[in-house]
Each structure stands twice: as C-alpha cells, then as structure tokens.
Ligand binder design. Structure first.
Ligand SMILES: Cc1cc2nc3c(=O)[nH]c(=O)nc-3n(C[C@H](O)[C@H](O)[C@H](O)COP(=O)(O)OP(=O)(O)OC[C@H]3O[C@@H](n4cnc5c(N)ncnc54)[C@H](O)[C@@H]3O)c2cc1C
Length: 361
C-alpha cells in the first residue's frame, strides 16, 4: 500500500466520483471498500433467470437539475430516458402521485381546472381527506409512528401541482443507466491511477487509520462510512431507519404495470412494491418474458448492525453529529463525506455534487 497519494474509504457514488477526480488530476488513489463489491447502496444485481436488474437497496432513479452533475455522470453511462411515475394504492383504487390535478380530480371525482385547484385544496375538508388517504398511514409506516401521531400540518408543506404532470420528480434530467448501475462504478473506477480493494473496512485506532492490523499510509483520507462507527461509537450511536425487502419471482409478464406502487394505508404492512423490469422498457425481450420480479419494502426500526437507510433528524442526533464533527476535526488528513459520513440523506446527484466540490490539491 505504498505509492499512494490519497485514500478513499467507501466506493459508493461519493467515494467513486472523488476517486475519479483525484485520478484524473494525476494522484495515485487507493479505494478501500468494506463490502465485497463497489457501488454502495446504488449496487444492483442481475437476476440470472430473468435478466432483470434488481436494485438491491431499493429503487434508484437517477434525476437531477444540476448541469455539472449531468455532464459528469454522462461520461460514464448513457441513460435510457426513463421518466419516473409513482402510483398510490388506497382502498383498492390506484392513483397517480404526486399531489396535483390528476390525483385530486380522480380522488374526489371532480373536474377542477388549474385555477380552481388552490381554493379547493384550501378547504380543510379536502386537504384532510387527501392527508388521511395518502400521507397519514404512509408516513406512520415510514417513520414507525402511530397514525394519530403524524402531524397533519405536513400537508401544508406538500407542494400541490396545478397541472396534470405526473412525473414524480421535477428534475429535467432523468433515467436509468442503459448498461445498469454497476457499469457506472466499473467505468468511474477504471483508471490507471486507481486501485480498488474490496472487503476491507477502514478503522481508526489511537489516531491511526488501519485495515485489519495494517497501518495505512499517512496521506489524506476521504471517509464515507458512518461517522459514529469511525470513532467506535464513543459519544453515542446516531439513529437511522432501516428497510427490509422481500423479493418474489413471479411467472407472469407484468404484476402491477409500473415500477413503483406506494401502499398508503397503515393496515398494509409494507410501504411500497417495486417491479424492476419497468425501469428498462427498452429491453423488449425481458419485458415480453412471462416472468417478473417484485420487491415489497418494509420500513423498520434500526439497531446497530442493520443497514442504515434514513437518518433520523432530531435535536439529539444533530447534537451528537456536531460532537462527532468536533472529534473528526482533530484528526489530521481526515475528510468526511457521503450520506454516512455526513449523516444526511442525499440523492445520487447531490452526492456527486458534493464530491465535485471537494478541493483537489
Ligand atoms: C431506499 C432508498 C432509495 C433511494 N433512491 C434514490 C433514487 O431513486 N435516486 C437517487 O438519486 N437517490 C436515491 N437514494 C439515495 C442514494 O442511495 C444515495 O445518494 C447514495 O447511495 C449515496 O452514496 P454514498 O457514496 O454517499 O453512500 P453509500 O452508497 O452508502 O456508499 C458508502 C460506501 O462506504 C462503504 N463503507 C462503509 N464503512 C466503510 C469503512 N469503514 N471502510 C470502507 N468502506 C466503508 C459502504 O460499504 C458503502 O459501499 C435512495 C436512498 C435510499 C435509502
């Protein structure tokens, strides 16, 4: 492990973007990844029986309005032009999200115009009905709260679209990589100045970075693992929500006619069902096969050892994070980043943006 200018701990989208930038600037980069493969939570697996790309850590749709990010990522993949739509199933009926003219008109069986929508939604009776159907149960499952504890005021913060646009994201650049998500990481990390080693977690012992018992070279280290784990949880454990996935292979061509359906009632134990083949409508052979794969997603309480998915933002966690940042600032050569290092939910584009902002010196 000599002849290294920079070490990157974690080969997710943040670490891999950064590795590429350092490599292109002429630095020798060592990427150390704790898991057996690169890609972090964007990692997918191709089902050998059906050829379907399974998003192992939940559905990932690339979307951005950041031109520099779109330009960067398009050097490493070509997107298929998929535009994300999310449906919501409530009391046996299916509706288009997000909250807009399509949802409101079909839910109340009315024909409002864009100009009429704001006044209609300002009526407490209507906003409460929408809140109860689409937000209360879903939010309670997502965050593990009793439905009555979900604050109805959140509906006031949910933007209402006064159009029939059912594109889930507002971003004008969207898609799924034609060659799959894993190819992005293969391409990002395929550079003569980058060495990748998987199955090696970086730890900090008495102020020294190590893998196993081996000391790492004393060079700048960019760490995108959990910040509390780096300090052996000495100040406390930062809390997360975790997810559990149940995957099923079905002998039918199409289960739900779309990639994601949210189940908004509190009584349905899962939050959503993903059907992955719909992310690749261009793969006509796979689409036509009488086989599909669905994945039910359950939100669950997190304990140490579980996969961390969503950070829990509250006063206590903010204070704990601030205390860990103070510890991190005492370690020369250490830079924290990514969703685990920053303890912050980032979409992929924001992770890339953050890695593009790191000063290369
Ligand atoms: C359910 C879900 C759905 C999502 N859907 C979308 C979506 O549709 N679109 C979108 O843009 N974003 C989505 N995201 C966000 C996306 O997953 C993140 O933006 C992305 O994974 C962040 O990349 P990262 O590199 O920061 O972290 P990660 O992907 O978590 O990568 C961190 C890497 O560090 C490794 N590591 C940890 N500790 C160590 C250590 N000590 N030493 C070495 N390596 C270590 C980990 O194994 C991991 O590979 C979703 C997130 C969730 C939770």
């Amino acid at each position: 492990m000599t002849n290294v200018d920079v070490i990157i701990a974690g080969a997710g989208i943040w670490g891999s973007t950064l590795a590429r930038r350092f490599a292109e600037a002429g630095r020798k980069v060592l990427v150390l990844e704790k898991r057996q493969n690169v890609g972090g939570n964007v990692r997918c697996e191709i089902d050998s029986e059906t050829g379907i790309e399974i998003h192992s850590y939940g559905s990932h749709i690339f979307h951005t309005s950041l031109p520099q990010v779109w330009e960067f990522i398009n050097r490493f993949t070509t997107f298929n032009g998929y535009q994300h739509k999310v449906l919501a199933r409530y009391k046996g009926k299916t509706y288009f999200l997000p909250l807009g003219l399509t949802l409101v008109n079909s839910f109340f069986n009315v024909e409002l115009t864009p100009a009429e929508l704001p006044e209609f939604m300002a009526d407490e009776k209507h906003s409460s009905a929408i809140f109860d159907a689409f937000f209360r149960g879903y939010t309670s499952k997502q965050w593990g709260r009793a439905p009555e504890d979900v604050d109805p005021s959140i509906i006031k913060r949910v933007p209402v679209r006064s159009t029939y646009d059912v594109n889930y994201f507002n971003d004008y650049c969207q898609g799924i990589p034609l060659n799959g998500y894993n190819s992005i990481f293969e391409n990002l990390l395929n550079h003569p100045n980058i060495t990748v080693k998987c199955g090696l977690g970086v730890k900090l012992e008495d102020g020294v970075f190590k893998v196993g018992t081996d000391e790492l070279p004393n060079v700048p280290l960019y760490y995108s693992g959990p910040v509390d784990a780096l300090f052996d949880y000495k100040l406390g454990v930062l809390p997360w929500r975790t997810l559990r996935f149940e995957t099923e292979r079905l002998d039918i061509a199409d289960y739900q006619g779309t990639s994601v359906v949210n189940y908004t009632e509190a009584e349905v134990p899962y939050t959503r069902i993903h059907e992955f083949k719909h992310y690749h409508p261009e793969l006509k052979d796979i689409m036509a096969k009488p086989k599909t794969i669905i994945m039910r997603e359950y939100s669950a309480e997190w304990k140490l050892g579980d996969e961390p998915y969503y950070p829990i933002d509250n006063l206590k966690s903010r204070e704990l994070l601030a205390a860990y940042k103070v510890e991190a600032a005492k370690i020369p050569n250490l830079v924290l980043g990514g969703r685990l290092g920053a303890y912050k939910y980032f979409d992929m584009d924001k992770s890339i943006e953050s890695a593009l902002k790191v000063e290369i010196n």
